[in-house]
Write a protein of this length. Structure first.
Length: 104
């Protein structure tokens, strides 16, 4: 059951993708079409100072946002990373936003 009306979600592109074929690093709209992820440049412009990598083991690390190509999608930033605590590859990656109290 959708929590919001269908029009409230970001519209995806292309054809609907069946659930079993969906990419865990992508979002999908109510009809199952892939939505375009945020890029490094887009996140930096909105105030992200780093990319936070979150491993399944609970280890987290922040990598300065300037170390990634601007056109890279944020969910893809972890593809080349290895967890320094447990050695797992490909942590989940999200933008790390400046604290409200640190904003100019
Ligand atoms: Zn780990």
């Amino acid at each position: 059951m959708a929590r919001y009306p269908a029009g409230a979600y970001t519209k995806g592109i292309g054809d609907p993708v069946p659930r079993h074929r969906r990419n865990p690093r992508r979002g999908y709209d109510a009809e199952g079409r892939e939505t375009v992820p945020a890029t490094i440049a887009n996140s930096a412009a909105n105030g992200a100072y780093a990319i936070r990598a979150e491993c399944q083991c609970g280890h987290e690390a922040e990598v300065p946002i300037g170390q990634f190509p601007p056109e890279m999608f944020v969910p893809d930033a972890g593809l080349g990373m290895v967890c320094s605590a447990c050695g797992r590859k490909g942590p989940r990656t999200v933008p790390a936003w400046r604290r409200v109290s640190d904003r100019p």
